[in-house]
Design a protein around this ligand. Structure first.
Ligand code: C2E
Ligand code: MG
Ligand code: MG
Length: 763
């Protein structure tokens, strides 16, 4: 607990009162000179040595008091206790009361001993003058006031009472209220000062706490007056805004302070317009919150509160880390991590912005690019190489389409948005140029890739960006893909119609599958001399109720798109096994599998069930897979095919020579038969090089112990050439037989058997 005096005053207040007693030595000195001079003059007039003695007493006391005054000034008061302060008060009171007592005694003596007006007047007037000054000098100590006033008045009263003069007696009585009034006045002054000292101490304390709180805030705070001048600013604000000494900023214009503070963070040293505008809005009340980016490393969030008496309080915090994190997240959302190009939605935003900016552009358009056979790259070289290829493509695209907006959509698809001051045709030409330039060779990980792109192109009606731009581009790309590779197709409205038509066809196919409305026909594979039917290929047929016969390469593709091709396969396997079971023992049946059938081993159960239910021996069942399905998931596919072979099923590679794999990994495939695509047969009559090529493939396949089926043999000439060069083990083609029903196959088998050796033609 803090030390207090008996009347409850804190030590510091008590000390300040006692200190006030020792102040103002000038008045003390003046008083003393006046006292000594007066008493000297009185002595001169009266020749009474008592006045000389009193003068000397004044001087001695004065010397003593001056000594203590000096000591008081120089002594260290910081550790003083209440007792120390009290002893100093007593020292003062002793000196002051002694002086007062001499004055009182001198006055009383002059009244008693002299009937001289001058002597009485001189002594009493200096005493009364001292009395008057008691309040001014001694309010800090009630003891000093009381003792001095008593010491002054009591000897005068005594002198007056004993003077034998009724008027003087009356005067002595009147001195009593004077004395009491002096004491009361001093008390009043002391109490008034005491209250004020206490109040100002409290205020100082509050101001100190407020200052501490202000300077320990985690937020910056600036209080502005109506003229935008700084009234209050805390330490954090100075730190955040790089401002100097807090005290010097008071009264300073905010703009000026900021310009000197955060100036170095601005690129050209001047405050950016946006920040200037935001500050003005905060101050004038039109904005209550604002995030201000002074630099990449200094982002502050301000909030403004208007003060009822005018002016504003700005509170702000450092949100740099948050802003940087937001920027990073935004970047991640906007840009593809691999290629660094804008992603789909941000690409769309950029395009919209560009269209708004370039109102005068005559034509605008998109180019959607899809890497041909990208999956092949991934499967053959691994995903890391695939990724590097995409990065290289992205880089080249930026180079070949400077000034255009380039984006990375998904996987291996890139997109370009371009505008032109010329017409649509010129723009298409430019986009064709980009398509051509992007293709070519890429060197990745010491491997040279020859890359081509299928592309869709869309030219927009002037300035209009409808939401379906992506669908239209996809349709154009789809068109390119269905025609081959390295093709660019410009979107045309009929593609939309075709798309709608295709969607309708999907619904119809779903219905056909539900109603088991598909059928199966069979095309025989004859021995080369045509003497025997070894196997028949099952071919699915769909007779659409409205559109008639739909070719299988169309509806199978649709079924693959819809993800229902397994149902087609399931249906065909079941039907083919059932039909073949009724055929003579030596005739097998061959069923086409789709890529999707080989994605997991579900096909095994389907085959096992079909064989079990129909009783067909596994050795009579052949399954045809295309090269592309082998490439897709090579490891899984290999496992499935090996399992099927273990059961005795024959595996054939269909359409050989049209895919990617070609001869290079033929030996690693789990296959028994190679069905050489009809494209190798088509020109063998006219072009001897084609025949050599066919011969070469056949030779290699034989080396690998693969049985050879030549597909699509249409003419006698082709047949003769194939046989002359012993190219085929089996022949499938219109030259021998068209696809036909299961019952017709039975007849055909019978007729072929009856004819025996020698070739026959069956329409
Ligand atoms: P593919 O497996 O290569 O079947 C052979 C195709 O060649 C059949 O066409 C057949 O009619 C045709 N063809 C046979 N000989 C000749 C000929 O001498 N000249 C010409 N120009 N063509 C000949 P189709 O039936 O139109 O089938 C086309 C493709 O549809 C098939 O090619 C096969 O890839 C697919 N496909 C047919 N049925 C199914 C099925 O049940 N499942 C699956 N996944 N695909 C099937
Ligand atoms: Mg086939
Ligand atoms: Mg084929």
């Amino acid at each position: 607990m803090k030390a207090r005096t008996a009347d409850g005053a804190p030590k510091e207040v008590y000390l300040s009162f006692v200190s006030s007693l020792f102040d103002n030595r000038k008045t003390l000195f003046t008083g003393m000179v006046v006292h000594i001079l007066t008493y000297f003059v009185v002595y001169h007039k009266t020749q009474d040595p008592i006045f000389i003695l009193l003068s000397l007493a004044f001087a001695a006391i004065f010397a003593n008091r001056i000594y203590w005054f000096r000591r008081f000034t120089n002594v260290d008061k910081s550790r003083w206790t209440l007792d120390d302060i009290r002893s100093w008060e007593l020292r003062y009171v002793l000196g002051a009361a002694s002086t007062a007592a001499i004055l009182g005694i001198g006055s009383g003596y002059s009244i008693l001993a002299y009937e001289d007006t001058f002597v009485e007047l001189a002594c009493i007037s200096v005493t009364m003058a001292s009395m008057v000054s008691i309040v001014g000098r001694n309010y800090g100590s009630s003891l000093a006031v009381n003792l001095q006033s008593l010491a002054c008045c009591v000897p005068i009263i005594i002198g007056a009472l004993f003077a034998n003069d009724p008027y003087k007696m009356l005067l002595s009585v009147m001195l009593v209220p004077f004395m009491l009034t002096t004491q009361a006045m001093a008390k009043g002054v002391r109490e008034f000062l005491y209250e004020n000292v206490i109040a100002s101490r409290e205020m100082k304390k509050i101001a100190g706490s407020f200052d501490t709180a202000l300077n320990n805030m985690t937020h910056g705070l600036i209080m502005l007056d109506t003229e935008r001048r700084i009234q209050v600013i805390n330490r954090k604000a100075c730190q955040l805004l790089h401002l100097g000494d807090r005290e010097r900023l008071k009264g300073c214009d905010l703009d000026v302070a900021l310009r000197y503070g955060v100036r170095h963070t601005f690129v050209d040293g001047s405050m950016p317009d946006l920040i200037q505008k935001q500050l003005t809005q905060l101050v004038d009340g039109s904005l209550s919150r604002a995030v201000m980016a002074f630099s990449d490393d200094l982002v502050l969030e301000f909030s403004a509160n208007r003060r009822p008496e005018g002016g504003v309080v700005l509170i702000f915090e450092d949100v740099t880390a948050r802003a940087q994190a937001e920027r990073r997240i935004l970047h991640m959302v906007r840009f593809d991590a691999l290629t660094g190009l804008p992603q789909r939605s941000y690409f769309g935003e950029l395009v919209r912005e560009r269209i708004e900016q370039e109102q005068e552009a005559v034509s605008t358009g998109f180019l959607l690019l899809d890497v041909d056979g990208f999956k092949h790259v991934n499967d053959m070289k691994g995903y890391a190489t695939g990724d590097r290829l995409l990065v290289a493509i992205g880089k080249r695209l930026m180079q070949v389409a400077p000034g255009d907006i380039v984006g990375h959509l998904v996987g291996d698809q890139f997109v370009v948005f371009a505008s032109s001051g010329e017409g649509g045709e010129a723009l298409i030409e430019r986009l064709r140029g980009i398509h051509a330039d992007l293709g070519g060779t890429y060197e990745i990980d010491d491997t040279t890739f020859r890359i081509s792109f299928n592309a869709g192109c869309l030219i927009l009606e002037q300035g209009a960006l409808a939401d379906e731009w992506q669908i239209k581009l996809d349709l154009a790309l789809f068109e390119s893909k269905s025609r081959g590779s390295g093709i660019l197709t410009v979107f045309a409205e009929e593609m939309d119609a075709r798309y709608v038509e295709r969607q309708k066809l999907k619904d119809d196919l779903r219905e056909a599958l539900e109603n088991r409305a598909l059928s199966v026909v069979y095309q025989p594979m004859f021995t080369a001399d045509g003497s025997r039917i070894a196997c028949c290929e099952a071919l699915a047929r769909w007779n659409h109720p409205g559109k008639g016969f739909i070719p299988p390469n169309i509806f199978i593709q649709i079924a693959e798109e819809m993800g229902v091709v397994r149902e087609v396969t399931h249906f065909v396997i079941e039907q083919a096994c059932r039909d073949a079971a009724r055929w003579p023992e030596g005739v097998g049946v061959s069923v086409n599998l789709s890529v999707q059938d080989l994605r997991d081993d579900g096909i095994l159960a389907v085959v096992r069930k079909a064989l079990a239910e129909t009783g067909l021996r596994a050795s009579r069942l052949h399954l045809e897979v295309t090269e592309s399905s082998l490439i897709e998931e090579l490891a899984t596919v290999r496992d499935i095919l090996e399992e099927l072979r273990r059961w005795g099923i024959t595996i054939a590679i269909d359409d050989f020579g049209t895919g990617f794999s070609s001869l290079s990994y033929l030996d690693s495939l789990p296959a028994d038969v190679v069905k050489i695509d009809r494209s190798f047969v088509r020109d063998i009559g006219e072009d001897s090089r084609r025949l050599k090529l066919l011969h070469g493939i056949v030779h290699l396949s034989r080396q690998l112990d693969l049985q050879i089926v030549i597909e699509g043999v249409e003419t006698e000439e082709q047949l003769a050439l194939i046989n002359r060069h012993r190219c085929a083990d089996l022949i499938q083609g219109y030259v021998y037989a068209m696809p036909q029903s299961a019952t017709d196959i039975m007849d055909l088998v019978e007729r072929t058997k009856k004819r025996g050796r020698g070739r026959m033609h069956v329409a």
